[in-house]
Design a protein around this ligand. Sequence first.
Ligand code: ZN
Length: 268
Amino acid sequence: MRKARAPASSKSPPVSAKRKTAASKKMVGGLEDISAQVQVRRHPGARRLTLRISRTSRSVIVTIPVQCDLDEAGTFLSRHIDWVRERLDSLPDPVPFRDSAAMPLRGEPHKIVFTGAPGTRIVSVVAVAGHRPEIRVPGSLDTAPRRLRDWLFEEARRDLGKRVAHHTTALNLKAKRIAVRDQTSRWGSCSTTSILSFSWRLILAPPHILDYVAAHEVAHLAEMNHGPRFWALVAKADPDYAAAKTWLQIYGHDLHRYGASIDGASEA
Ligand SMILES: [Zn+2]
């Protein structure tokens, strides 16, 4: 994941009690108008305080050395609050699952429509002349976001299942099963027990992107590394893999906007 260049303390300067109070007050005032979660992490390897913004979870992460106390983290954060606010403002807006929201599906723009129609729970994609196709979610409006999410998971599972089957056959490998998850740190992974896991958000990307990630994880069934033999297998399965890899680097983080809550509950 790309990390924003962040301020770091050269040393953690001792702060007098008086200054500390002033700083905490300022921090509270400053944090009231930032719409992000702040996470403080104590890290044994950290030698100084650092600050970063997670683009995927839209949260502020302060890493502090073990011996630092929380007040110091607060002081540090408040000192860099303008930087934090600027970075948060530059992030694209999150798009929660709601009626009329625009969202890509298999790389094409769609419109989410919560119809509220009773009697059915079946989500459907409907072409609309002159407009974006609609993803229509019937039933209770309260549970519509949840049902849309479940439907997207199923669609992802189906497409990934097909592509994994295709690549395992082509490369003569065997996957035990596939799992689709809400994971933000990786697009896919392969366990030593041959279980392939994928992010559901791949269903939002163009099909050749999902296909590349499927081929990538299938290739890990033979090579649990990113060495030349691994990449040769990926190239065999997906000759255009380099373009897909670049696409993910440039546009991948944008997919994390969809279905994200404003609070940013999950972590990168
Ligand atoms: Zn890999």
